[in-house]
Write a protein that binds this ligand. Structure first.
Ligand code: GNR
Ligand code: NI
Length: 173
């Protein structure tokens, strides 16, 4: 297993649309394992492949996490995910993103979704998600389409955040 570097905004790769995975093979399974390790280490509750520079429609989530004493970890890898249903009801979560470090904002999304995807064995699955899991999967599928949570905010808030991140990058280089 390996820790992968996480891209941060503004980075043009985070704006790109990822390509479907053609075949769930050992190379994909290794990427899934490395993404879980990277996500847990960050720590985060989700990670999309493009965040580690791989332009493939693949994401991992675990809203329980490794360090929760009460609950068992619940790692789920979703390959070529497609949302097949969303609830009429919305919910609001304060979102953050490993690619938008140190910024948090409320985002409104459908409260429940159904998503179909291939699992790490290449088998078709369908999941009905609510709560934080539903929010997290939608946040990750946005990444596959080049969308960041700041794109759900007003242009004023978005540009404030992106300008700050750009300034930090320039200072660091
Ligand atoms: O770790 C993460 N936390 C989080 C909190 C609320 C809504 C979405 C997320 S996903 C984020 C990790 C990440 O950036 N995934 O792309
Ligand atoms: Ni994110």
């Amino acid at each position: 297993m390996a820790l992968l570097p996480i891209l941060t905004a503004p980075d043009p790769r985070l704006k790109t649309i990822s390509e479907p995975v053609a075949e769930v093979n050992d190379e994909i399974r290794k990427l899934v394992d490395d993404m879980f390790e990277t996500m847990y280490e960050a720590p985060g509750i989700g990670l999309a492949a493009i965040q580690v520079g791989v332009q493939k429609r693949l994401l991992v989530v675990d809203v329980i996490g490794k360090n929760d004493e009460e609950n068992d970890p619940d790692p789920i890898a979703l390959i070529n995910p497609e949302i097949t249903w969303v609830s009429d009801d919305d919910s609001v979560y304060e979102e953050g993103c490993l690619s938008v470090p140190a910024h948090y904002a409320d985002v409104v999304r459908p409260a429940e979704i159904k998503v179909k995807y291939l699992d790490r064995d290449g088998k078709e699955q369908e999941l009905h998600a609510d709560g934080l899991l539903a929010t997290c999967i939608q946040h990750e599928i946005d990444h596959l389409d080049g969308i960041l949570f700041v794109d759900h905010l007003s242009a004023l808030k978005r540009n404030m955040i992106l300008r700050k991140l750009l300034k930090l990058k320039k200072q660091a280089s």
